[in-house]
Design a protein. Structure first.
Ligand SMILES: [Zn+2]
Length: 359
């Protein structure tokens, strides 16, 4: 029986079952014939604290990201400006970052604002967690570990891709191995309370279709906007297993739609190239049973992924330079946040007749 990674409750519901999936961080060499290993990929919603979470994890190690999307670095700069205006980021204040294994550190930006790294083991005025916490299997212990590092009056800044956005955008393929938690704001607040922290202000950013930055501290009072966010997310059904379970129906429908679209293009003799060998592309391709016959290649700017193939398929990953040589009839973009930068980097794809498909 599952028990909650945050509150330990065994009451809850299986809300999304994507069956057996390849680990989305394991890109085999292109010449490796497979078969690749498969593991169950399932999301469970705690009936007690309403944290949506990964049910089981194969424990494979994630490869570090080679290239940070510009959307991610732009958002970091935007968030730091917002936090400076809010008085959280200020010269002389100390900072600790609990980072994401995928990269994307804010420390260079914070140092440029005059913030100072806390000494090892010492508390800090600002503890930053930007997509780090979701990678922790034991959510309660991880939250406690962050709270422990707070200096008196200090704040923990927790940034997450919100479950409300995942639901609104039907982003069922956000579910992946290695990502243990999918926070709604109410569930994040309950988790923080287990470590003695209370919410203060909160901000949202368009990244990934809706990213929340939540301020937590020992003596904070919820800002009106934070209370409104909690109400709005509850009303949207973030704690309702029937609503979150809609992701499962969307997974089937979304996979079928993509397969149909690519089959159409293949029949019409159109050449389609995928862009962005992201983890969510792995889940989508496997769920939709799409292989090299429907999608001959995916390009990705990360040198670490080139010369490899998409897990559990024969689709090779190649350099984006491929796009310059012979522009395809259509580009299938797996990471919609990349659209502006991909368009800017490959003007040849802007010609009339080149179709852009976002998933
Ligand atoms: Zn729970």
């Amino acid at each position: 029986m599952p028990s909650c990674r945050a509150c330990g409750s065994t009451a809850g519901d299986l809300v999304l079952d994507l069956g057996e999936q390849p680990p989305c961080d394991l890109f085999p060499a292109a010449a490796d014939p497979g078969p690749d290993p498969l593991f169950p990929l399932r999301m469970w919603l705690c009936g007690q604290c309403s944290l949506a979470q990964l049910l089981e994890d194969p424990g494979t190690r994630e490869e570090p990201a080679g290239v940070e999307p510009k959307a991610l670095t732009d958002q970091a700069a935007h968030a730091v400006r917002v936090l400076r205006d809010a008085g959280v980021v200020r010269p002389g204040a100390t900072v600790i970052e609990f980072g994401s294994p995928h990269g994307g550190s804010w420390l260079p930006l914070l140092r440029a604002e005059g913030m100072v790294d806390a000494a090892p083991g010492e508390p800090a005025d600002v503890v930053l967690d930007c997509f780090g916490l979701m990678h922790e299997a034991d959510q309660r212990a991880a939250m406690a570990g962050r709270a422990e590092r707070l200096a008196p009056g200090g704040v923990l800044l927790m940034q997450y891709h919100s479950l409300a956005s995942i639901l609104a955008g039907k982003q069922w393929n956000a579910l992946r191995h290695g990502h243990f938690a999918y926070y709604s704001t109410p569930a994040a607040i309950t988790l923080a309370a287990s470590a003695g922290l209370r919410p203060g202000r909160s901000w949202t950013f368009p990244l990934y279709g809706g990213t929340v930055l939540l301020e937590l501290g020992r003596d904070l009072t919820p800002a009106q906007a934070t209370e409104e966010r909690v109400r709005a997310e509850r009303a949207a059904g973030v704690a309702d297993a029937a609503v979150v379970g809609g992701l499962g129906r969307e997974a089937e429908a979304g996979g079928a739609r993509l397969r149909e679209l690519l089959t159409d293009r293949a029949k019409a003799g159109k050449r389609v190239i995928g862009y962005g060998a992201a983890s969510r592309a792995v889940v989508l391709l496997w769920s939709a049973e799409i292989d090299i016959d429907l999608l001959p290649v995916i390009v990705d700017a990360s040198p670490a992924k080139q010369g490899r193939r998409m897990p559990a398929t024969r689709i090779p990953v190649e350099t984006p330079r491929l796009l310059a040589g012979s522009p395809p009839d259509a580009v299938l973009l797996f990471v919609p946040d990349l659209l502006p930068e991909v368009r800017a980097a490959h003007p040849a794809l802007g010609r009339p007749g080149c179709e852009w498909i976002t998933v």
